[in-house]
Design a protein around this ligand. Structure first.
Ligand SMILES: C[S@@+](CC[C@H](N)C(=O)[O-])C[C@H]1O[C@@H](n2cnc3c(N)ncnc32)[C@H](O)[C@@H]1O
Length: 254
């Protein structure tokens, strides 16, 4: 188990996902006792547990990436952090074919689901050629992947709440990550956060609104008046289906 005094990176590597998040088959975590949430049973190949190799290796970019070189064009660049089941990513890629979308997710099965879809449907890539799914820890990758002032939209859909007090340090919008997110937004760029946990949004807004150059479009600690995208995440759909209130904030970079 993780030593509580370890640094944040170690904590994220060993983080136990106790928020009720479902895996692809509806099961929880890999059950191997470490609760790491990174490599799950069906992310590895081979029956000998000592010989098993991950099917999906973490993406380790040399950073900052030239996204115009990756996508073969210059277009508004967007990022979804912790995309999980890739409903939002796939829908957003179709919604804005003239934008380029990058998703970061540390559970290997979800980037792999996107890669499989792209590989299996080469004829229908129309809406998906503007999409890249990256496997890894957003805390480590976000600053490396994106140059300062390069993103037109950052989306955080239903971030893990990490309920236990001793796990609060794992909440994705730390003070330093708030500063990093603000720095990667282009002037006029937007940051959308959606959650069903009002107290989590309040905590994140306190950090984000404290960033010079970041402004809540609805006023301090106010919910967004509109949702600036049509795409919906898996959690968002489930909340709507179950009548669970969604708390949404939209910030913009000056
Ligand atoms: C509660 S789920 C929400 C999934 C999806 N955004 C949705 O709305 O349906 C949170 C997701 O964030 C991912 N996640 C949490 N911390 C992360 C990190 N530091 N880097 C990458 N992914 C992360 C988790 O693996 C999980 O898939």
């Amino acid at each position: 188990m993780v030593d509580d005094d370890n640094d944040a990176i170690a904590a994220t590597r060993h983080a136990h996902h106790d928020d009720g998040d479902e895996d692809v088959d509806g099961a929880h975590d890999d059950g191997d006792g470490d609760g790491d949430g990174e490599f799950e049973h069906d992310d590895v190949v081979g029956s000998d547990r000592h010989a098993r190799m991950p099917k999906v290796l973490p993406t380790i970019p040399p950073g900052p990436i030239s996204w115009p070189a990756v996508f073969g064009r210059t277009a508004p660049l967007e990022c979804e952090l912790g995309f999980g089941r890739p409903h939002f990513l796939l829908e957003r890629a179709v919604e804005v074919p003239d934008h380029d979308i990058v998703g970061i997710e540390w559970k290997g099965r979800w980037p792999k689901a996107v890669w499989d879809k792209q590989r299996k449907n080469p004829q229908t890539l129309g809406g998906l050629s503007n999409l890249r799914a990256v496997h890894g820890n957003a805390w480590l990758l976000f600053g490396a992947l994106f140059a300062p002032a390069s993103l037109s939209l950052v989306v955080l859909n239903f971030p893990d709440p990490w309920w236990k007090a001793k796990h609060h340090k794992r909440r994705i919008v730390s003070d330093s990550f708030a500063t990093l997110m603000a720095s990667r937004l282009a002037p006029g760029g937007q940051l959308l956060i959606q959650t069903d946990v009002a107290s989590l949004l309040e905590e994140y807004l306190a950090r984000l609104e404290a960033q010079p150059g970041l402004r809540n479009t609805a006023g301090p600690f106010r919910l967004a008046e509109h949702k600036p995208v049509t795409a919906s995440s898996h959690r968002e759909k489930r909340c709507r289906r179950d009548g669970v209130p969604i708390f949404r904030a939209l910030l913009t970079r000056s």
